[in-house]
Design a protein. Sequence first.
Length: 682
Amino acid sequence: MRRMWGTWGAMLALLASGCDAIDLSSITQRDAKTRVRPEPPGGHCEFGGDRVDSGLDRDRDGELDDSEVTDTEYVCDDPTPKVRTRIQAEPHGANCALGGQAVQSGLDRNFNGQLEDGEVTLTDFVCATSVTNVLLRTRQVTPGEKCALGGQVSHAGHDANGNGLLEDEEISQEVYACDDPAPVLSRLRTLPPFTAPCDGDDQGGLVLEAGGDQNGDAVLSASEVEATAYACGLEPSDLKVYHDGEGPGPDCARGGIRVDAIQDRDRDGDLDPHGFATAVFVCQTARVHDGDFTVTGPVDLVALEGVTHLRGELIISAPTLTDAVLPSLAVINKSLTVRGNASLRRLSMPALRFVGGSAEVTSNARLDVLTLGTAPDTMVQVQRSLLVEDNPMLPTLEGLAAVQPADSISLRANNALVEPGLLPYVHVLKGSLTIEDHLRMDRTPFIQLTQVHGNVRIANNPAMGGPFGLEQLTSVDGGLELRDNALLERLHPLARLTSVGELFISGNPRLTDTTGLEQLASAGRIHIQGNKELVSVGDMPALAQAGAFSVKFNEKLQRVRGLPLLRTTDTLSVVGNPLLTSLEGFQRLTRLTTLEVLGNAALTNLGGLATLRELDVLSLQGNAALTGFGLTELARVSLAFVVVDNPKLPTCLATALAGDVFMGEPLSGINIGQNDNAATCP
């Protein structure tokens, strides 16, 4: 502001020009007065200011009246700096995952009409999004109530006026993502032989893992692993690991920590000649949103794009959403649920590496691209189950190659699924595996799966000729069920299976035999039923024990064979196999709890059980061709002896055998009737 004071000069001029009118002897300094009034912008002051009037208070009333003003000066305001903005391109990175624009603003203090670098006081990032006509605006947040250590706030909304900028009145969603810096930890973890991605190395290898210690317990947990690298054929003692700072750049937009691992077997601190070396980067900082988050439309999805860690559950249920891309989201502390998105075509979370609950992708009628994580660069650890169900347009599971669920996997009713791809990180499941109701799927993707603690169900997959993809499976603690697969002809992919809680093979109309289970040694129960082209059961050369063995309603079955080591089973049920003539596969059994042979129209005798010595219950009923027992070693039946409705079996043979071997109460334990009463016995 320019100020020019001239009060005494004006008074002297007045005195000089008007001596005849004023009594000079009576004038004192206190009679000189000034007054200041606002001056609006105009001819005197372009930007406004103050009008300063001066003169003598002739009437000595203490105020300078208009008639007493003898001089006026103007004290003009400096021009006010204008708020100016400029827009610059923002590359892909921490501020805008998909790129966008940096909208910078500030006061033009040097009045040159341009916003210079030193005048920028605020930057908003208007980011490109995967959704048409939805804009994302991000702004840095200083430490405070919303984010204790600072962070970023994302605003999203529809660009209603089409000017390419998200204005305040267009915002419909706000999401805070708070900085959560943490010390970087690293570790070397051993990979067993033939484990992906070292599946071609019989020595296995190592995985280098690094990440921020988000919970401060000085232990790198699964949810904290942010970067991985693999070293095949090496042991922990072969590598030296060290950390170093990494400045802003292509590997970390805002800088971070570089974790190097070098082969240093001679421990001289340097890389061995031609030795292995790798590096991973842990970038600062995690952007954390606390609480569950539900995406009900495009704006919600876009607002979440700046978040890297979600401390809650993520639900995507938006019937109008066509494309769901979250390029930065790495950690979901609870479950991920993508359900009932009728228009959704693509779901992509390439940075994802941890889900604390289950990952569920179900009932998305048009979904044809599904990506969680980026294999082989990262592994997506799912602490519970993976469910991919009722996605009728999904052609492949290749986008799930990085996923490793700990509990169960359910693949159901994905009717476009033809080439499922490979899921190489699935080694052991604590829960169950279900593959069911796929019209076109001809194989499974579980080439590294060795053990399932729950059940395995492969059912109603009409294009699957066998359980292909399960060639490494060695044990199933629960039930292994192969049911109602119209083209299933071979069991050879299960050649490494050694133990199973229960084996169910039923309703597979093309299966002719059960060969292929070469190493199966024990089973809690074997149940083979309703396979209409099945001719032969058995061919399990290693099977030594089975809790129960049931062969029922296989209309073309002729024989049971190839069980040379089977010595122990509790219950043997052979029911409703009209062409069965031979039970030779059971020739080494010596004791049973129950022997049940019912409705086998072509079976003439039980000579295949010639070494059987002891039973609790014997039940032979409805075997139309049975003429003899053939149980030459049978010495004891302790609870029940039932031989009924075998029209060609001499009653006298049954009576004689009961008299020789039955040790229970005759009146309640023996039931012999409707056999051949006319036949004679030696």
